[in-house]
Design a protein around this ligand. Structure first.
Ligand code: AMP
Length: 586
């Protein structure tokens, strides 16, 4: 399916979609729409926020709703009020030309009576948060006997928010023959077991890699003293003058404090958290959406329903307790084909979390140094010059003042004039950053810490009969290990992908688990063999270049790659270079 026209959706739906400006289906829509229309199996879809999930389930669901019947035929469960409103809006748009179709949103924190009345008027699709849906079921105001479609949107988030029991109770009230669709950005064990419990013969569709961060997102981290976290945040923000992003904090209190400090320090920032009234939250969100606010300081929960496509940065002021939430946070940038940066500020003792995140995301994180005062000032200066160059001049207003201004400044030569104009803005930065301290925990210290961690870790080296010839990448190998052990927190050391086979290091205490996990695994028809590398005592160079093995040239898709599986994340080509005399096959 390349276009909505050829999707098989009703013409009235296709027309509404065209009016929304959707030119072609997103990857998740390309996969789910034909599947939902042509089959009656359940669906487990792995997709990040911002991938077009709502239309992916919403369009085919609307297609199959009988709008002549007033009974509830579709139930969409989602974690927050904001998401509930967003989904309802989207479904309203999609069904714009189906005059008999009504979507009723039901969510907590607001009068239930109005929602009961709305349900009484009859809606074929109900979108709701689990608590309120259950309440309405108990009051016998929401009847689910005729449900044909059940959608669990952001299922991982609903579980994180403690809705498991509510979901179980709701699902037990839905008819056996309903069709279930579960959408989740990540696939923790709890979601897998939920899918197993409630889905029958389900198809798994995923865009991007399981548990992976969005492709377009770069992950950076800064290591500072815990007490310098706020100063580091300011430097990072000052170093990115056109930043438009969310600063994630761990608690409501921290969120409020950071936002207040930023505001006092002259930043265009505000807070979004659960202690605010709904009206306050709506106000902050609408300012942020319309870009009147440059920085939104938020808790995970409060930011869930925010649908903004062009965030340049996500800043993890503090990492979430559940590292899984990092995927949701970072997935809020790099959306709709744009590029984004996810920044994490950590203190020395937290650097081990970065390695865990790299594994979760399946990408190396780049260690960045907090810019020094001079670097920030330079960046600001050139941003200011850019602004001067491109500012739109309101000729008609300024015209009336120009004669007086020219006269007053006539004595100043051109160069002097430029200097003074720039200084008006720039002096503030120069003064602030004069004598600014280095905030980085010295790079040497970070390296030492990393090395000591690596040498403390007792690894076993495994041999696996998959190599670049089998189109296996470092990330594939990590995913395979995660998948078959079912344990994402096993420490992985160095990974080397060679042509016909590969090596990977695993925390020694998990030796048996690895052997067991790969006992009966096949990939593309090939039985995977994993065994402890016999030459584990030998220096790597000896093993790699012994015998008559031939190796592909480093680099390029066919090249072999070695990845430390650690924070620097850079392929380690040194060894192959040192053996430069060897011939590489192209
Ligand atoms: P969602 O993942 O459903 O929250 O969608 C993310 C954003 O992508 C929303 O602003 C949608 O309106 C937009 N969107 C969804 N599908 C398409 C499409 N096929 N073409 C362009 N934009 C889309």
């Amino acid at each position: 399916m390349n276009t909505f026209q050829e999707s098989g959706l009703r013409p009235d739906i296709v027309k509404a979609v065209a009016e929304l400006g959707f030119e072609k289906p997103t990857p998740i829509q390309e996969k789910t729409i034909p599947f939902i229309l042509s089959s009656d199996r359940d669906l487990v879809a792995l997709a990040q926020t911002g991938t077009g999930k709502t239309a992916a389930f919403g369009l085919p669901m609307i297609h199959n709703i009988d709008e002549l019947s007033k009974t509830v035929q579709g139930l969409v469960l989602c974690p927050t009020r904001e998401l509930c409103m967003q989904i309802t809006n989207d479904l309203d748009y999609f069904s714009k030309y189906l005059s008999g179709l009504f979507v009723v949103p039901v969510y907590g924190g607001t009068s239930i009576d109005k929602q009961i009345k709305a349900l009484g008027r009859g809606g074929q699709i109900v979108v709701g948060t689990p608590g309120r849906v259950l309440d309405l079921i108990k009051r016998k105001k929401l009847k689910l006997e005729a449900i044909k479609y059940l959608v669990l949107d952001e299922a991982d988030e609903m579980l994180n928010m403690g809705f498991k029991e509510d979901l179980d109770a709701i699902l037990s009230k839905t008819p056996e023959g309903r069709r279930s669709m579960l959408f989740s950005a990540t696939m923790p064990k709890e979601i897998a077991s939920m899918a197993k419990r409630y889905m029958h013969n389900s198809e798994e569709i995923s865009v991007g890699k399981k548990n992976s961060g969005a492709e377009n997102v770069q992950h950076h981290y800064y290591v500072v003293q815990a007490s310098n976290r706020y100063l580091a945040l300011k430097r990072i923000v000052d170093y990115s003058p056109s930043i438009y992003g969310i600063v994630f904090c761990r608690t409501r209190r921290e969120t409020q404090e950071v936002a207040e400090k930023l505001m006092q320090d002259g930043y265009n920032a505000d807070a979004l958290h659960g202690d605010l009234s709904q009206a306050q939250r709506d106000y902050v969100m609408s300012r942020f959406r319309s870009k009147h606010l440059q920085l939104l300081v938020a808790t995970d929960v409060a930011a869930r329903g925010l649908d903004v496509n062009d965030l340049t940065h996500i800043i993890n002021y503090n990492l979430p307790d559940e590292l899984e939430a990092y995927i949701h946070r970072s997935g809020r940038t790099g959306r709709a084909g744009k590029h984004g940066i996810s920044i994490t500020i950590v203190h020395g003792r937290e650097t081990n979390k970065i390695a865990q995140l790299e594994r979760k995301v399946g990408k190396p994180f780049e260690h960045k140094l907090v810019p020094n005062g001079q670097e920030v000032c330079e960046k600001q200066l050139f941003s200011l010059i850019d602004k001067v160059e491109w500012v739109e001049v309101d000729e008609s207003t300024i015209e009336g003042y120009l004669d007086v201004i020219y006269k007053k400044l006539a004595w100043l030569p051109r160069e002097e004039l430029i200097k003074r104009f720039v200084s008006v803005e720039f002096n503030r930065f120069l003064a602030y950053y004069k004598d600014a301290a280095d905030l980085n925990i010295s790079a040497k210290k970070v390296r030492e810490k990393k090395n000591s961690r690596a040498s403390n870790m007792n690894f076993t080296r495994f041999h696996i009969n998959l190599g670049s010839r089998n189109k296996v990448s470092v990330i594939d190998l990590i995913s395979l290990i995660n998948k078959h052990t079912g344990n994402q927190s096993i420490e992985i050391g160095k990974i080397e992908i060679l042509n016909n086979f590969s090596f990977f290091e695993i925390d020694k205490s998990h030796e048996e688990q690895i052997i067991h996990a790969f006992r009966n695994v096949t990939r593309d028809g090939l039985k995977i063999k994993v065994e402890i590398s016999k030459s584990k005592g030998k220096p790597e160079g000896e093993e790699r270049f012994s015998g008559s093995r031939r190796y592909d040239k480093p680099g390029g898709s066919k090249g072999r790659s070695a990845w430390k599986g650690k924070r620097d994340g850079k392929p380690d080509w040194k060894k192959s270079k040192s053996k430069g005399k060897r011939k590489f096959r192209n």
